[in-house]
Design a protein around this ligand. Structure first.
Ligand SMILES: NC(=O)c1ccc[n+]([C@@H]2O[C@H](COP(=O)([O-])OP(=O)(O)OC[C@H]3O[C@@H](n4cnc5c(N)ncnc54)[C@H](O)[C@@H]3O)[C@@H](O)[C@H]2O)c1
Length: 277
C-alpha cells in the first residue's frame, strides 16, 4: 500500500504503518506537486494520502485512480473536498481534538496573563513605560532593579493598579464543551471557585458529572469573571452586543501608550473589585 505523506508523522506512527500495516511511505513536500511529477503508471500505485493543511481537491483525487483513503491530520478536515472523495469511494479520516491539549495550555496561559496583567506589565517594564531610571531620592537600589513610575506619590501605583485578581475567587465560563473546552475546564478546575459551562449539545448531567456547572449562555455571561470560547459553530455565539453588556476592566482601557491598550474584546469581562485606578 503506497502512501504519499506530506504531514509530519512521529517515528512510532511511521513504524506502525510500515511494520504492522505493511504500508510503503513516500515522503513528499506537497502532495499536489508530487502527483504532478508522477507518471500515470506511478499514480495508479498510490492508495493513501496523509496530509495536514494542504488542499486536496477533486482534480487531485481523480488523478489518483486507486486512492482508497485520505488521512487528514487536523481536527476538522476543512482542506479536503469530502464530496469529491465520497463520490469516488475514498474514505476520509481526521484527528478530532488533535491540538486540544496545546490550545488549552495556551488558553490557560493567556487567561492567567490577562487576569494578573502579566504581559501588559512585562511590556510596560521592558519598554520603560512603567519604570524610571532614576530612583526617588533616598531609595537604595541594587543594579538592575526596576523602579516603578510614577514618582508622584499622588498618582496610581503600578503595583496596585496591575496586581489583578485572585484566581481562587473567580468564576470561569467556558462556551463549548468539546475537546478543547473540556481540556480548558479541567485546567481551571483546581484554580478557580467555579467553572460554568454552556453547550447545547451536552446534557447538563454530563457536565455536572465532570464537576462543572451547566448554565445557559446568558447566565454564563452574567456570572463569569472570565469567558473563554471553544465552540465549533457557523453562527455567531458571542460578539459586540454581548460583550458590551459587561463593563470591561479599567486597566484594559487605561494604558498611557497605545502599546499598553488592550483589545476591548479581551476577557476578563467583569470589572475588578476594590481596585485603585
Ligand atoms: N482541536 C484543535 O486542534 C483546534 C485548534 C485550534 C482551533 N480550534 C477551533 O476551536 C473550536 C473548538 O474545537 P474543538 O476541537 O473543541 O471542537 P469540538 O467539535 O470537539 O467541540 C465543539 C463544541 O462546540 C459546541 N457548540 C457548538 N455550538 C455551540 C454554541 N452555540 N454554544 C456553545 N457550544 C456550542 C459543540 O456542541 C461541541 O461540543 C473549533 O472552532 C475549532 O475549529 C480547534
Amino acid at each position: 500500500m503506497l502512501a504519499l505523506v506530506s504531514a509530519a508523522l512521529t517515528p512510532d506512527v511511521v513504524e506502525a504503518l510500515i511494520r504492522e500495516r505493511s504500508w510503503e511511505l513516500l515522503r513528499v513536500e506537497q502532495i499536489g506537486v508530487a502527483v504532478a511529477d508522477l507518471t500515470v503508471t506511478q499514480r495508479h500505485t498510490v492508495r493513501a494520502v496523509i496530509v495536514e493543511a494542504e488542499p486536496i481537491g477533486d482534480e487531485l483525487i481523480s488523478a489518483l485512480s486507486r486512492l482508497e483513503i485520505i488521512a487528514c491530520l487536523r481536527s476538522d478536515p476543512v482542506n479536503i473536498d469530502i464530496a469529491a472523495a465520497t463520490a469516488r469511494g475514498v474514505v476520509v479520516v481526521h484527528t478530532p481534538g488533535r491540538n486540544a491539549e496545546a490550545v488549552a495550555d495556551f488558553t490557560l496561559g493567556l487567561c492567567l496573563s490577562a487576569i494578573r496583567n502579566i504581559a501588559t506589565t512585562h511590556h510596560g517594564i521592558v519598554s520603560g513605560d512603567l519604570t524610571t531610571a532614576q530612583p526617588p531620592r533616598g531609595l537604595r537600589v541594587a543594579a538592575g532593579d526596576a523602579i516603578w513610575r510614577p514618582d508622584d506619590p499622588a498618582a496610581p501605583v503600578p503595583y496596585i493598579v496591575y496586581q489583578g485578581r485572585q484566581l481562587s475567587g473567580l468564576v470561569v465560563g467556558v462556551i463549548g464543551f468539546g475537546a478543547i473546552g473540556r481540556a480548558v475546564a479541567r485546567r481551571f478546575a483546581g484554580l478557580v471557585r467555579e467553572v460554568h459551562i454552556t453547550d447545547p449539545s451536552v446534557p447538563a448531567e454530563e457536565i455536572k458529572a465532570c464537576g462543572f456547572v451547566p448554565v445557559h449562555l446568558s447566565e454564563l455571561l452574567a456570572a463569569a469573571d472570565v469567558v473563554t470560547v471553544h465552540a465549533r459553530s457557523s453562527t455567531r455565539i458571542i460578539g459586540e452586543p454581548e460583550l458590551m453588556q459587561r463593563k470591561l476592566p479599567h486597566q484594559y482601557r487605561a494604558g498611557r501608550r497605545p502599546g499598553l491598550r488592550r483589545a476591548d474584546r479581551c476577557a476578563p469581562v467583569r470589572p475588578p473589585q476594590g481596585r485603585r485606578a
